[in-house]
Design a protein around this ligand. Structure first.
Ligand code: CUA
Length: 318
C-alpha cells in the first residue's frame, strides 16, 4: 500500500537530469491542479448545500463584483504565464543539444533499431552509452514514422522518413545498468515488438564494449550455436521468426535447415548456407510462400562471426 502510494506521488526510475526536471514540472502541475480543483469544487459543494431551496427564501439581486472578477482573472493569468515560461525553459533545454556530446546515429526500420557509434561500430536493438556524458541521438527512418522513446530518461521524439531529428540526454550514476526504449509511433505489425535495450555503462565497460566491436565474441568462439542464440535475440530475429514451430511474421526456424521450402513464385529452394545468407543480406530475393516480403536487410549489420553463429543455431533447431 505504501509502495503504491509512493509510486502515485513520486515518479520512479529517473535516469537522467532531464527526468528530474520533467517530473518536477509534471508533478508541480499535477498538484497545482489538485489544489485548484479543491478551491473550485469545495466551495461549490458547500454553497449548493448552504443555499439550497427553502420555501420563502429569495436570492438578492446581484449584478457584479468588480474586485472579485479582477482577482479571479489576474491571478490565474499570471499563474498561466509562469507555467508557460517554466515549460518553454524545459523544452528549450531538451530541443537544443549541448555542443559537446557523443553522437549516436539511430535508424528505425520495420521493426528494429540500429545504432552507429562515432568509430563505426554498429549494434542492433541494443544501445550502449557511457554514464555522465551528453549523448546526442541523430535519428532517421528507412521506411515509416517511428519514435525513439526512453521512458527512464524522459526523452521521446518522432523519427520521420527523409528527415533527421535529434534528442539528447545525460545518464547519471544511479542509472548504470539496463533500461528499455520502445517505439512510440504506430508503425505496423511489429510495432509493439520494436524495443531496444539502452545500457548505461561505466566508462571502463563502455570502452570494453567498443573494443570488442559490441560483442563478447571471444567468450563464445567455441560455442557457435550459443553465439547464434544470442544474436537471434539481440539482432531482432526473434521479432519475426519463432524457434518452436509456432506461427509468426516470418517462417519458423525449427526444423527448417536442410529442407526444401516452397517460394511464392512456385519454385522451391534448399535451406543451406547460401540460401540463409542471401535471406539475411537480400531478403527480398526469395520469399517463402505464404509470407509477406517484410524482412529488412541485415547487410552491414551482422559480422561474419554472427552470421556463422546464426547458421549454427538454425542447424541446431531440429
Ligand atoms: Cu516503429 Cu512503432
Amino acid at each position: 500500500m505504501t509502495e503504491w502510494l509512493r509510486r502515485m506521488m513520486l515518479p520512479v526510475n529517473q535516469g537522467s537530469d532531464f527526468a528530474r526536471e520533467v517530473d518536477f514540472t509534471f508533478m508541480g502541475l499535477y498538484w497545482l491542479s489538485v489544489v485548484l480543483f479543491l478551491i473550485v469544487i469545495g466551495p461549490m459543494v458547500y454553497f449548493t448545500w448552504r443555499y439550497r431551496y427553502k420555501p420563502g427564501r429569495v436570492t438578492p439581486h446581484q449584478t457584479h463584483n468588480t474586485v472579485m472578477e479582477v482577482t479571479w482573472t489576474v491571478i490565474p493569468t499570471v499563474i498561466c504565464f509562469l507555467i508557460f515560461l517554466w515549460g518553454v525553459n524545459g523544452y528549450m533545454k531538451f530541443a537544443v543539444p549541448p555542443g559537446e556530446a557523443l553522437e549516436i546515429q539511430v535508424v528505425g526500420k520495420q521493426w528494429l533499431w540500429t545504432f552507429e557509434y562515432p568509430d563505426g561500430t554498429r549494434s542492433v536493438n541494443e544501445m550502449h552509452v557511457p554514464v555522465n556524458k551528453n549523448i546526442r541521438l541523430v535519428m532517421s527512418s528507412e521506411d515509416v514514422l517511428h519514435d525513439f522513446y526512453v521512458p527512464d530518461m524522459r526523452i521521446k521524439r518522432d523519427i520521420v522518413p527523409g528527415r533527421y531529428t535529434q534528442e539528447w540526454f545525460r545518464a547519471d550514476n544511479g542509472a548504470i545498468g539496463e533500461h528499455t526504449s520502445t517505439c512510440a509511433e504506430y508503425c505496423g505489425k511489429g510495432h509493439s515488438d520494436m524495443h531496444a535495450k539502452v545500457m548505461v555503462d561505466t566508462p571502463a565497460d563502455y570502452d570494453k564494449w567498443m573494443a570488442t566491436g559490441g560483442t563478447e565474441w571471444e567468450d563464445y568462439k567455441t560455442h557457435m550455436q550459443d553465439w547464434g542464440k544470442i544474436q537471434y535475440d539481440r539482432k531482432g530475429c526473434s521479432t519475426c521468426h519463432s524457434v518452436d514451430g509456432s506461427a509468426s511474421k516470418g517462417p519458423t526456424w525449427k526444423g527448417i535447415w536442410g529442407t526444401m521450402v516452397k517460394l511464392n513464385d512456385g519454385k522451391s529452394v534448399l535451406v543451406d548456407e547460401a540460401y540463409v545468407r542471401e535471406s539475411m543480406m537480400l531478403p527480398q530475393a526469395k520469399i517463402v510462400a505464404g509470407f509477406d516480403p517484410i524482412m529488412p536487410t541485415f547487410q552491414g549489420l551482422l559480422r561474419e562471426n554472427e552470421i556463422q553463429g546464426l547458421m549454427a543455431y538454425i542447424k541446431s533447431l531440429k
